[in-house]
Design a protein. Structure first.
Length: 76
């Protein structure tokens, strides 16, 4: 069994549409304050412009853990 984690940060652009950015394997002890600070920095520095649209506000963030169980389906 393998557990993968992603931090998903959601922003709003000038067209009032939501845009998500994700980070693989965020540190286990990440805090809400750290996430908010990074999201505010991304907006303030205008680091990303998906589809040419600037991000104007942080909307939400979450850490998603995915539990994967691989199966060997080779029948012998």
């Amino acid at each position: 069994m393998e557990i993968a984690k992603r931090l998903i940060m959601t922003f709003k652009n000038h067209e009032d549409k939501k845009v998500s950015l994700s980070v693989e394997d965020p540190k286990d002890d990440i805090t809400e304050a750290e996430i908010k600070s990074v999201m505010d920095l991304i907006v303030a520095k205008n680091i990303f412009a998906p589809n040419g649209m600037d991000l104007i506000a942080a909307v939400e963030a979450k850490v998603v853990a995915t539990d994967t169980t691989p199966y060997d389906l080779v029948i012998g």
